[in-house]
Ligand binder design. Structure first.
Ligand SMILES: [Zn+2]
Length: 108
């Protein structure tokens, strides 16, 4: 009779999507996509605090280049704070952070 070994549950930290960045992600960038029948949250990347504004802009560019079929819509990318142990539906949207980044973009 073989002994069954259970793998220990490891908390897996999510890494920032920034180039050469090894910090843990604190934020998730995602946009709500719909084809009129179903909708889903498309993830555009994970980011730590320092990379957030540049990754958010890159994600917005990728989103704006995304070709959509006639019936498809995609909302602007939202920034959500990641919290350990929380499901996607309960992610907190950081609207103020989005506005701050959009504001600085206009100033440049
Ligand atoms: Zn980073």
């Amino acid at each position: 009779m073989s002994e069954m070994k259970l793998m220990p549950m490891k908390p897996y930290p999510i890494c920032c999507s920034g180039d050469d960045c090894e910090r843990d992600a604190e934020f998730k960038m995602a946009a709500r996509w719909s084809d009129g029948l179903t909708e889903e949250l498309k993830t555009y990347g994970m980011s730590c605090g320092p990379c957030l504004s540049s990754l958010y802009r890159q994600a917005e560019i990728r989103r704006s280049r995304c070709r959509l079929a006639m019936n498809e819509t995609i909302d602007a990318i939202g920034i959500y704070r990641l919290s350990r142990g929380r499901r996607d539906v309960k992610l907190e949207r950081m609207i103020q952070v989005e506005q701050q980044i959009n504001q600085t973009e206009q100033d440049v």
